[in-house]
Design a protein around this ligand. Structure first.
Ligand code: GLN
Length: 191
């Protein structure tokens, strides 16, 4: 993909390297984000999967929590996968925890069970004709989505890929599949 966009990947813990590899395969410029200063000049930010409680703690300590809210308020695009989707949600349950409140969804952490519920599914998506590969790892369930939220893919009756304006969230891990459809969609949202 040829475009001038530059994407930041929040690199606290978790599978941020996998997002970097996917963006490399698309030829999209990227950088790792660890402090508010790292957000300068970016068009979009990816919040990777991992352990959302750890991410939240470090983000708050580093001032990234407030900086990311400001980034979104100024029109920056954001994409959260799994723990990243938890951080973008309006409301988090199981247990409740603070979140950026940038997309009108309620998520239940570890909604499919704590350890064993890791699975690969194929499911329909409005992003393309062919089904999408979805890798779930201790994923949250999106229990509710507001009317302003577009559902781009569902699995087992629950939304699993949702968008509201320039905010995209998936409960699965597109960065762990060989295909790049979801990242291409996010890149198109940043330009
Ligand atoms: N279960 C993790 C959490 O609640 C998310 C797991 C993941 O990102 N793969 O933070």
């Amino acid at each position: 993909m040829k475009n001038g966009t530059k994407i930041g990947i929040v690199a606290i813990q978790g599978d941020y390297e996998a997002h970097a590899k996917t963006l490399d395969s698309l030829g999209v410029a990227h950088t790792f984000v660890r402090t508010p200063a790292d957000l300068a000049g970016l068009n979009g930010v990816i919040l990777p999967g991992g352990e959302s409680t750890t991410h939240l703690k470090v983000m708050t300590e580093e001032g990234l929590f407030d900086a990311l809210k400001k980034f979104a308020a100024e029109g920056g695009a954001m994409f959260g996968t799994c723990a990243g989707a938890i951080r973008l949600a309006h409301e988090v349950r199981g247990p409740a925890q603070a979140s950026l409140d940038l997309i009108d969804i309620t998520v239940l952490r570890n909604g499919y069970g704590r350890q064993l519920a890791s699975d690969v599914h194929l499911g329909p998506t409005s992003l393309r004709k062919e089904p999408l590969e979805m890798v779930f790892i201790r994923a949250p369930i999106i229990e509710a989505a507001g009317t302003g939220v577009q559902v781009l893919a569902k699995d087992a009756g629950h939304p699993v890929l949702v968008q509201q304006g320039k905010i995209l969230a998936s409960t699965f891990h597109p960065e762990l599949s060989a295909e790049t459809t979801v990242h291409e969609h996010f890149v198109s949202m940043t330009t």
